[in-house]
Design a protein around this ligand. Sequence first.
Ligand SMILES: C[S@@+](CC[C@H](N)C(=O)[O-])C[C@H]1O[C@@H](n2cnc3c(N)ncnc32)[C@H](O)[C@@H]1O
Length: 325
Amino acid sequence: MWNGEEEWKVPEVLKCEGIRELHAWMEEEWDSVERSSCQTAAGRALWKHVIKDPVAEILAGEAHLKTLHDKMRRDKQNNAREISGVVLAVRTLWFDSKLEAAIKSFDGADSQVVLLGAGMDARAYRLNFLKDSRIFEVDLPKLLDTKTALIDAAMRQQMEPPLTLMAKSMTRVAADIREKDWLEKLQRCGFIPQMKTIWILEGILYYLHHLQALEVLRSIGANCSLAHTVLLADFMNKSLSEEPKYHFYSDWPEHLLPTLGFSHVNLSQIGDPDAHFGLFHDPLNLFNKLRCLPRSVQIHPEDGTPCRRLYLVQASGSPTTQQIE
Ligand SMILES: C[S@@+](CC[C@H](N)C(=O)[O-])C[C@H]1O[C@@H](n2cnc3c(N)ncnc32)[C@H](O)[C@@H]1O
């Protein structure tokens, strides 16, 4: 368990000149949405007692690691009820566990996993249960080019154990999912609409405008009529999305998704039994307080603060369930 006392030290892997130059360029040239991919990688790197991600430090870079480390240290010193990054850690573990369960439910059939807004995600390198799955990472061209350069640099560093691809295959697809042609680009890179597929939309929907997010979800929902399709996605509620950088939100994803082609929807809140992972030690933590209130409540009756909720949602559909309905 991380004790919060450690002083910050630059990890050895980040001392390589090529990697430092890439990160310096990213800090200069990338916008806040692109840089958010490094923040989530920093979360995985610093919650290493629960997430084993061999490239998280390299992908995150020094600046993001140091910022989060300092916040975590302050939280620990102040006996905060929640330590910074805990939501990221829970979210990662929730997606990992639902992804594994979905792959198992396919009973050994060939499967595809598509990560939309993949950012610095390294599931293809860290999850052994993806050994029979074809992975597609979709993100903006600039981001994917840099990620490839960072991963190549990591491979050259001869890490111990050596960095290897765990998935059956991994294809990076440069596409802007706000544009109409992203699905076509995905298919041109080998995605097969008739094959069982798990879609991972982690930390992406709320960066899209409302109609763009609906269009993306509708395109995925349409695939339910062709093959067993599982969607794993996180949704912000209205109160959580009220920062200028966020746009799309849904207070009731379980009502929305059936209108877009999905037949089964399960929703969890941070802190629920399947989204806890033993990481909340104080029973009075913020997430427990929110879970005790009806979801329609937007302002906390005790302290007048907005009820900011992140929903973790699994939805699915298949040609057979669609015929029954
Ligand atoms: C918060 S990061 C999440 C990354 C990753 N899914 C994770 O959880 O670590 C958001 C990612 O979405 C990507 N993104 C944002 N808008 C996009 C768009 N219109 N098309 C493709 N990718 C986009 C960004 O480049 C960034 O990598």
